[in-house]
Design a protein around this ligand. Structure first.
Ligand code: GDP
Ligand code: MG
Length: 336
């Protein structure tokens, strides 16, 4: 497709940016992600041009979500797992989209410190929390960031995210495999776990099973296994495991990687990986169209003009919500 050469702030053309990303230039990847995260329209246009050019180069990256409550030990686990991944001769990108990191401010630094070893590795690319990250997990920008990172050819992409609120669906929509990290706890504490997050997890890792926690860990393991047993299987024929890990001692980390690899083999053999990715693209397309339509609808002058009056009519029971919605949509579409 012929494109007019759109310039970035630094004057580079989309073609050159995409080429550099595909060639493995990390600075360019980081800059392209910043472009993607920018809310300026000209940056968005440029970002989309780069993304289109990167589409032909999507590598077979394993996209893995690492989710769990703040403080569950995600960043520390990623540091340990990252070392294991590199040790096995693979390259790795880490995308941190933990909204709690942004809220607590200081913990972005904390994350960097926690991934200190990993961030000095030439095999690893670390991207901390984007400034545009909103509560509820990752927005559509994460999809774009993952696409750019895949074009850069990383074997493994780890996405750190807090499993809160609506974000479960989003995590599922952009990863191939989900690890749920849980602190050792049993009985009553299990009650607090959201069913939704347990349902989407492919592997559960109980973290910090060292020191004082070592004794309660196997009890927690049995409890989590029982809890999983009560849920329908995520994939027929795949038994979801509960592993005991400690980033501090380095235990259970190699085992976690092996379980991830087993899960990917399972998905590849059954054709699930491909169909899951196809479904993700389909849902992304649908979601983006819906978002854009919503935006246009709410910004439409005719809608804005009539909205208050129709809302008031609905609230005072003089108009049904059905007729009200129909009138508003008509006000929107008649202008087109
Ligand atoms: N004892 C112990 N502490 C850990 C372990 N992993 C993380 N921590 C501590 O738990 C706290 C939260 O860890 P962090 O990785 O930032 O959790 P995140 O918020 O889920 O990313 C930090 O103080 C870590 O030092 C572990 O394996 N053992
Ligand atoms: Mg963290």
């Amino acid at each position: 497709m012929a494109r007019s050469p759109e310039k970035t702030s630094s004057g580079m053309e989309a073609e050159n940016i995409a080429e550099a990303i595909i060639a493995g230039n990390r600075q360019m990847l980081a800059r392209a992600i910043t472009l993607v995260e920018s809310s300026k329209e000209e940056h968005q246009e440029k970002a989309h041009a780069v993304l289109d050019l990167c589409l032909a180069q999507q590598s077979e990256s394993m996209v893995i979500g690492i989710t769990g409550s703040p403080g569950a030990g995600k960043s520390s686990f990623i540091e340990a797992l990252g070392e294991e991944i590199i040790h096995r001769g693979l390259t790795l990108a880490v995308l941190c989209i933990d909204p709690s990191s942004r809220r607590s401010g200081g913990s972005i630094l904390g994350d960097k410190a926690r991934m200190e070893k990993l961030s000095t590795r030439p095999e690893a690319f670390i991207r901390p929390t984007p400034s545009s990250c909103h509560l509820g997990g990752s927005g559509p920008r994460t999809h774009e960031t993952i696409m750019l990172t895949r074009a850069a050819g990383y074997d493994v992409i780890l996405v750190e995210t807090v499993g809160v609120g609506q974000s479960e669906v989003q995590i599922e929509n952009m990863t191939d495999c989900i690890l749920l990290l849980m602190l050792p706890g049993s009985g009553d504490e299990l009650q607090g776990i959201k069913r939704g997050i347990m349902e989407i997890a492919d592997i559960i890792c109980i973290t910090k099973t060292d020191g004082e926690q070592e004794r309660s860990a196997s009890l927690a393991q049995a409890d989590f296994e029982a809890a999983l047993g009560m849920l329908p299987p995520k994939y027929e024929g795949f038994h979801r495991k509960v592993l005991l890990t400690s980033a501090l001692k380095g235990t259970g980390i190699a085992e976690s990687w092996e379980e991830i690899a087993t899960h990917f083999s399972f998905m590849r053999e059954r054709g699930i990986l491909e169909s899951h990715r196809q479904e993700q693209l389909f849902r992304l397309l649908e979601g983006l169209v819906e978002n854009e339509l919503k935006k246009q609808f709410h910004a439409d002058p005719a809608v804005v003009r009539r909205k208050k009056e129709i809302e008031a009519a609905v609230l005072s029971h003089s108009l049904s919500p059905f007729s009200g919605a129909s009138l508003l949509v008509k006000a929107f579409t008649r202008r087109r």
